[in-house]
Every structure is written in structure tokens, then in C-alpha cells.
Design a protein around this ligand. Structure first.
Ligand SMILES: NC(=O)c1ccc[n+]([C@@H]2O[C@H](COP(=O)([O-])OP(=O)(O)OC[C@H]3O[C@@H](n4cnc5c(N)ncnc54)[C@H](O)[C@@H]3O)[C@@H](O)[C@H]2O)c1
Length: 424
């Protein structure tokens, strides 16, 4: 007879776009397949929770599946509950999973609270905005023997995995010059972003540039050593000022250079949903190597009868690779793509951790979980609190630079890595 498997109770903190588009459908599928037990979602107020409950796409794809909302849907719609998620986490049994999907500047507090209450964590990127905070998270996770996975889903794109393997086998040579872009749609400017995407908190490089910096690190293993970011400011319709565009230059430990352009401005009318891609030139033995990823047009174009595409467009480059709900052999739909693979990879890692340690005494269980954590950290496929510090260092350097008109900021890898302004 098969041993009873432990299923995970999952709490998602944050009910916005990433929860609707990726996290909830992925977790519903993992619930359908027996990895996840219950799903709770906590948001700042009832609005996003109602939208998730009423989503036709989710109802059709996952018939009979549901989540428990916090606050309850009959609460006053005008009331905010900024502290509620803490109480919900505190009530969870140890060894389950908290999914952190709140705005970037709130990640640290939610992740630390979850760890203090003995939960594993899946955190959307970026983990936190400062290196010291990442180290605190790493230390607490190691102490508790709990897993913190950072959801950098581009790592799970097959093209990234293929490039990593080939690069590590020296099939391209040494990365020397590259450019990356990720321009999100204009319509983001009309969303909840207006409330948090402000100059004092974040910018396009921090928000999305980090994906491609992480990817170059993931493919090559090289560490970034200097960052300079110039921003272009504008205003949302609610009057809040934001960096709407950014251009960054990242220098790597071998002297390689990467330009990164980012923005909230891909035309709604264009064939999006956004514009993105990566080009990396490499030096070889009397020749050069090249990695070219067109992440925008992946070879599928649809022209709909109605304007049902992103931004209300009719003609679209539809990516079959990131996240799609497709028919399968059972009821509703199933998710496919690297977005799902990434959420599933992290959730399965948590599941394995808890399953392997189940039935052991407290000390043996802790030792077992720590052993598995070390193995996942060393493998380097899933970004963890312990193995992806370069991202926090780059973000910290990027924020320092953009707030000082593109001043070059060095990343210094001493025993205690830190960032510092370079004298021009
Ligand atoms: N490509 C990616 O990996 C990707 C894409 C989109 C977003 N993200 C990340 O996901 C996070 C959220 O982004 P989004 O686009 O969903 O934003 P959003 O503005 O659509 O949603 C934010 C959600 O957080 C909730 N929230 C805010 N304060 C809260 C609190 N104190 N307690 C509980 N809930 C609270 C709000 O109710 C809202 O539902 C950000 O960190 C962002 O960088 C990652």
C-alpha cells in the first residue's frame, strides 16, 4: 500500500495580477493533482478577492475548486486590512507554504513573518530590495530548516535551460557583450501599479530588469560587479510620479557588459503582450558565439474577431511558452508553460522537503530538511534565499544609481558583499 502523502496548505498573500494570471491557476492544478490541500488568499481588501472568485476563466478551468478569502467577502469594501495576513499565517500549522505576492517593498516583512512561524515560502521576484534583508532571510530559513524559493520563472523557460547547459559546456565561449529588453504594456499604467510603482519604491529595472540580469547569471554563472541605471520619469493618472522607463548598464566580473532597457510602455494596440528578449555575444577561440532569444514573437500570431488580446488588441503574438490554460483529458483545463513549471518546481521542492522529513523526530527532521535545502541551493536551478544574492545586490545598486542620475555603483564581493558609489 502507498504511504499517505502530506498535502500542503497554501496561503497566498496578495490577490493582484500575478496571483490571477499565474499563481492561483498553477496552485489549483497542484491541488487537483494532490500536492496541495487547502488554498487561502489574503489581500489588502475584498476587491481583488471578489474578482478572483468571479473570474470566468478560473471557474471554467477549475470546476469545483475554490479558495478561502481573507478578509471575508461580506466585509466593508472601503476597509483595508494591512495586518490581517499576519494573523492568518500565525494560525497555520507548521511546515506548510506561504506564497508572497504583494508589492516588492512588502516582501521582506511577509517572508520573515512566515519563516518565524515555521512556514516554507514561495516569493515572487524580487525576493527583497536589500542584500542585508536577503541574508537575514537566508539565515532564518537555514535555522528553521524551511525553504524560500524565489519565483524567477524565466529560469524554467526551456531556452534558458538549454542555454545554461550549453554555456556550461563551453559551447558558446565567454560572454562579452549583450542586450536585454523587457517593456511591459502601457495599460499597466492604469492598474493598481499607480498606487505602489512610485519613484521612492521601485522602477522598471528593479521590477523587470532583474529577470534578465538573473538569467545572464543563471546561464553563465558570472557575477555582476557594477550597475548604472538612468530613469525617465512620468506621472500616472492619479498624479503619482514614477520612473516609467529605464536604461541600465551592468558590468560582469569578466569585464562583459549588458545593456538592459525596461519600461511600462509597450503600445496597447501592438501585438504584445509585451516586448522582450536577450542577445549575448561570446568570445571563443578565434571566433565568437551567440545566444539570441526572441522572447516576444515566439512564432504564434492570432488575429481575434474581438479585441480580446492584451490591451484590447485584436492581433497578437501569443506566447505558448509562458503560461496557457489548455484542454486536457479531464474536466476544465490544465496550465502549461514555464510559469507553471516554476511554481510547480518550487511547490514540489517544499512538498519533498516536508514529505521526506515526515515521521522523523524533531531533530532528525530538521537535519533532513537542512540536508535537502543544501542540495537545492547547490543545484542552482531554483533561485533560493541562499543562492541568488546577486539579485539583491544588483537591485540595491540599481536603486542607488537611478536615484542619483545614473551614478555608477560597484558591487564589492568581500566577506560581507556590499554596494558602493564609484567615483567618476
Ligand atoms: N514576471 C513576474 O515574475 C512578475 C509579474 C508580475 C508581478 N510580479 C511581482 O508580484 C508582486 C505583486 O505584483 P502584482 O502585479 O500582482 O501587483 P498588484 O498591484 O496587481 O497586486 C498586489 C496585491 O497585493 C495586495 N496587498 C497589498 N498590501 C497587502 C497587505 N498588507 N496584505 C495583503 N495583501 C496586500 C493587494 O490587495 C493586491 O491584491 C510584485 O512583487 C511584483 O514584482 C512578478
Amino acid at each position: 500500500m502507498l504511504a499517505e502523502t502530506k498535502k500542503l496548505d497554501v496561503l497566498i498573500v496578495g490577490g493582484g495580477m500575478i496571483t490571477a494570471d499565474l499563481l492561483l491557476p498553477s496552485l489549483y492544478y497542484l491541488q487537483r493533482t494532490g500536492v496541495v490541500h487547502s488554498i487561502d488568499i489574503c489581500a489588502l481588501n475584498v476587491f481583488p478577492l471578489k474578482a478572483l472568485k468571479e473570474s470566468r476563466e478560473l471557474l471554467e478551468a477549475f470546476p469545483g475548486q475554490d479558495f478561502a478569502p481573507h478578509p471575508a467577502l461580506n466585509e466593508d469594501p472601503g476597509k483595508n486590512f494591512p495586518e490581517l495576513s499576519k494573523r492568518v499565517v500565525t494560525a497555520m500549522a507548521p511546515g506548510n507554504m506561504v506564497v508572497v505576492a504583494v508589492p516588492d517593498n512588502l516582501h521582506y516583512e511577509v517572508v520573515m513573518h512566515a519563516l518565524r512561524h515555521d512556514q516554507n515560502v514561495l516569493c515572487v521576484k524580487p525576493l527583497v530590495l536589500e542584500y542585508d534583508q536577503a541574508v537575514e532571510i537566508e539565515n532564518l530559513a537555514a535555522q528553521q530548516g524551511r525553504f524560500v524559493g524565489v519565483e524567477y520563472h524565466k529560469r524554467f523557460d526551456r531556452r534558458s535551460l538549454i542555454a545554461r547547459r550549453a554555456y556550461r559546456r563551453a559551447q558558446f565561449g565567454s560572454f562579452v557583450m549583450g542586450e536585454a529588453k523587457l517593456i511591459e504594456p502601457y495599460y499597466y499604467r492604469h492598474s493598481n501599479f499607480q498606487n505602489w510603482f512610485t519613484c521612492d519604491r521601485t522602477d522598471p529595472f528593479t521590477y523587470i530588469g532583474c529577470h534578465y540580469v538573473d538569467l545572464v547569471y543563471f546561464i553563465t554563472g558570472l557575477k555582476p560587479t557594477e550597475v548604472s541605471v538612468q530613469g525617465v520619469k512620468g506621472r500616472f493618472s492619479n498624479g503619482n510620479e514614477a520612473f516609467l522607463w529605464s536604461q541600465a548598464r551592468v558590468t560582469w566580473e569578466n569585464g562583459a557588459l549588458l545593456s538592459v532597457i525596461n519600461g511600462l510602455g509597450y503600445p496597447d494596440a501592438a501585438a504584445g503582450s509585451n516586448d522582450q528578449g536577450l542577445v549575448m555575444y561570446c568570445e571563443g577561440n578565434d571566433q565568437t558565439g551567440l545566444i539570441f532569444h526572441d522572447d516576444h514573437n515566439r512564432g504564434v500570431a492570432y488575429s481575434y474577431l474581438e479585441g480580446i488580446g492584451p490591451g484590447g488588441s485584436k492581433y497578437n503574438y501569443a506566447s505558448p511558452d509562458f503560461f496557457r490554460l489548455v484542454p486536457w483529458e479531464g474536466p476544465g483545463c490544465k496550465p502549461v508553460g514555464y510559469g507553471y513549471d516554476s511554481v510547480a518546481g518550487i511547490t514540489m521542492a517544499v512538498h519533498r522537503l516536508e514529505q521526506t522529513a515526515a515521521g522523523l523526530g524533531p531533530q532528525a527532521a530538521l537535519a533532513k530538511r537542512r540536508e535537502i535545502l543544501r542540495e537545492i541551493d547547490a543545484q542552482g536551478l531554483i533561485a533560493t534565499a541562499a543562492n541568488s544574492h546577486i539579485n539583491e545586490l544588483v537591485i540595491e545598486a540599481g536603486r542607488m544609481s537611478i536615484l542619483q542620475d545614473a551614478a555608477p555603483v560597484r558591487i564589492v564581493y568581500t566577506k560581507r558583499p556590499h554596494v558602493e558609489l564609484r567615483r567618476r
